[in-house]
Ligand binder design. Structure first.
Ligand code: NAP
Length: 257
């Protein structure tokens, strides 16, 4: 029975500012627009010049959108860029979404495909979380959401650097949560299954592999970026204030198969 005195949890993000990396496409774009719909202002980061359309979609919700272009694989410039960005824009929510994948058999996997993936998926995510987390701790609050993967739990096929980078993200999520949970900063992750975006284009073009994957998903279909936004809004909201170090799997049941 409902007790009228008990307040409902709020999923609104009114008055919050969120930084979403890789916001120009796929999951990042969908999360940015959903955050705007929930009341947040946005700082959108992308490597390419592809943010105009998403900024427009964000502003259509009455939110502000600041567009920033930067290559997160730029090792030499990254730390300085991140500090300057976060000095200029105080963010309450960080979504470490930018990510890349490279596919090749492990026995001949090229070094550059190893380093490129780890650089963006792991090192850049850590640098952003460290800099944003330090500022959130000083302000007694904030939310960090890392985009992990079902390959934070499994090995995948032909994607050793990607699987390693996403296992690292799961570990980083738990490590930061362990240190910061008692100081007002929530660090969590979302682990999507197979989502129809650029990252899975190669897989989806391989008709046989696509059919194999679809047949193994209990929900019977691949996710769309829109399937990821509910969990992303939840983890950014006050409704998740007591959720720390959790890796929220959003995979149509893939891992419970
Ligand atoms: P996507 O559309 O390709 O998005 C990846 C985003 O990362 C792009 O916006 C891209 O920006 C950005 N990015 C890549 N390299 C960058 C760099 N060096 N500097 C700055 N930004 C960079 O694919 P997605 O599926 O939405 O991927 C988003 C996240 O979800 C990734 O972390 C991915 O690993 C994860 N994920 C995806 C799936 C899936 O099935 N799709 C499953 C599990 C996890 P540009 O377009 O400007 O390069």
């Amino acid at each position: 029975m409902r007790t009228p005195q008990e307040p409902s949890p709020t999923f609104l993000l009114t008055g919050r500012r969120a930084l979403v990396t890789g916001a120009g496409s796929g999951i990042g774009r969908a999360i940015a627009v959903a955050y705007a719909a929930a009341g947040a202002d946005l700082v959108l980061l992308s490597e390419r010049d592809n943010l105009d359309e998403v900024a427009e979609a964000v502003r259509a919700h009455g939110a502000t959108a600041t567009c920033v272009r930067f290559d997160l694989a730029d090792v030499a410039g990254r730390a300085g860029f991140v500090e300057a960005l976060l000095d200029e824009h105080e963010v309450d929510v960080l979504v470490n979404n930018a990510g890349v994948i490279r596919r090749a058999p492990s026995e001949t996997f090229p070094d550059h495909d190893w380093y490129d993936v780890i650089e963006v998926n792991t090192h850049a995510a850590f640098h952003l979380a460290r800099a944003a987390g330090r500022r959130m701790l000083a302000r007694d609050g904030g939310k960090i959401i890392n985009i992990a993967s079902v390959l934070s739990f499994q090995g995948g096929v032909f994607v050793p650097s990607y699987a390693a980078s996403k296992h690292a993200i799961a570990g980083l999520t738990r490590a930061l949560a362990n240190e910061w949970a008692g100081r007002g900063v929530n660090v969590n992750a979302i682990a999507p299954g197979y989502v129809e975006t650029a990252v899975t284009e190669g897989l989806r073009e391989d008709r046989e592999r696509r059919a194999e994957i679809t047949a193994r998903i209990p929900a019977g279909r691949w996710a769309t970026p829109q399937d990821i936004v509910g969990p992303a809004v939840f983890l950014a909201s006050a409704a998740a204030d007591y959720v720390h170090g959790h890796i929220l799997v959003v995979d149509g049941g893939w891992l419970c198969r």
